[in-house]
Design a protein around this ligand. Structure first.
Ligand code: ING
Length: 305
């Protein structure tokens, strides 16, 4: 029995600061319906897909920041998406800001979940590589305060048995770190879903602004090849609250080949048939970890800072 998944990548254009969650959810539902028409059974949405990318602003009050977070999932705003997915027998991956209250302590994570076709949440990931800075930096044209608003994820990089295969998740800046994908690859990941919000302008190195699209595909294509896994990378794209975000949503084969790519900076769906059995071409040959890896020579990689 082949293990082919028809995967949809649902790029979102800008979400304005005033846009309601239900408006964003309605946009995602129409992309899900389009995916169903194209026989997809798994759809991937961007990082922080319910709201505008709020770490671009400095907020004094925690109550202001918490307005962008979800206290439970599903909730009133996202229930329609879960119901539509259940009706369409569609699994999905979505990113959102998670407020978790544990022993009365408030924890804030940049989170993504994996939802099976049954509607059940079968995996959760909390972003580990948080880019940007902690304090307000007035020199910047926009802030990038993920280190201020989120805690480092505490769930590790995990692979989940779902959709007939081994599915991994990561989020945005995680994709720039090869360790992310190797830890998932060592667990046998066959498809890795991730969303991203990536500004074109990188204030600390503006001379690299023109390379953002190149770097986006560079890291994803090399990771797919080096770990023999499909990768689905999905952008929140376009000019969002005067900040240009890259697009470049793509589906990449275990060979590193880019098999589908969005061409706009708006809401756009691409689909591809991902044959999970093709991972073997890489995992059993060029990157056969048990045969070829030499971890006794890599200890520096996981040495503490
Ligand atoms: N955004 C960006 C990312 O890693 C960034 C931050 C932008 C880093 C450009 C380097 C260059 O894609 C998030 N949300 O991580």
């Amino acid at each position: 029995m082949t293990r082919k998944i028809k995967v949809a990548a649902a790029q979102l254009g800008p979400i304005s600061r005033e846009e309601s969650r239900s408006s964003a959810v309605n946009r995602m539902i129409s992309l899900m319906r389009e995916a169903k028409k194209k026989d997809a059974n798994f759809i991937v949405y961007p990082e922080l897909a319910l709201t505008t990318f709020f770490p671009r602003w400095y907020f004094e009050k925690q109550s202001e920041i918490d307005k962008f977070f979800e206290k439970e999932m599903p909730n009133e705003a996202t229930q329609p998406l879960f119901e539509e997915a259940y009706k369409l027998k569609m699994g999905f991956n979505i990113g959102y800001a998670e407020l978790q209250i544990e022993d009365g302590i408030h924890h804030h994570y940049n989170t993504a979940i994996l939802v099976e076709k049954t509607g059940k949440i079968v995996g959760k990931y909390r972003k580990i590589h948080l880019p940007g800075h902690e304090e307000f930096e007035p020199w910047r044209p926009f802030q990038h305060l993920e280190k201020r608003y989120f805690e480092t994820g505490n769930l590790g990089f995990k692979v989940h048995q779902a959709l007939g295969g081994k599915i991994g998740m990561c989020i945005c800046n995680d994709r720039r770190w090869p360790e992310t994908f190797r830890v998932l690859g060592l667990q046998g990941a066959e498809l890795i879903a991730l969303g991203y919000n990536t500004p074109v302008h990188y204030p600390l190195a503006p001379e690299h602004d023109h390379l953002q699209d190149f770097h986006n595909h560079l890291v994803l294509q090399s990771a797919a090849y080096q770990n023999g896994t499909w990768i689905v990378g999905v952008a929140k794209a376009g000019e969002e609250e005067k900040c240009d975000l890259i697009g470049g949503t793509c589906i990449i084969a275990p060979t590193g080949e880019l098999v589908a790519e969005c061409k706009t900076l708006g809401d756009e769906l691409i689909v591809a048939e991902c044959d999970l059995d093709r991972c073997k071409e890489i995992k059993e040959n060029i990157f056969n970890f048990s045969l070829h890896r030499e971890p006794q020579n890599y200890t520096l990689i996981s040495a503490p800072k």
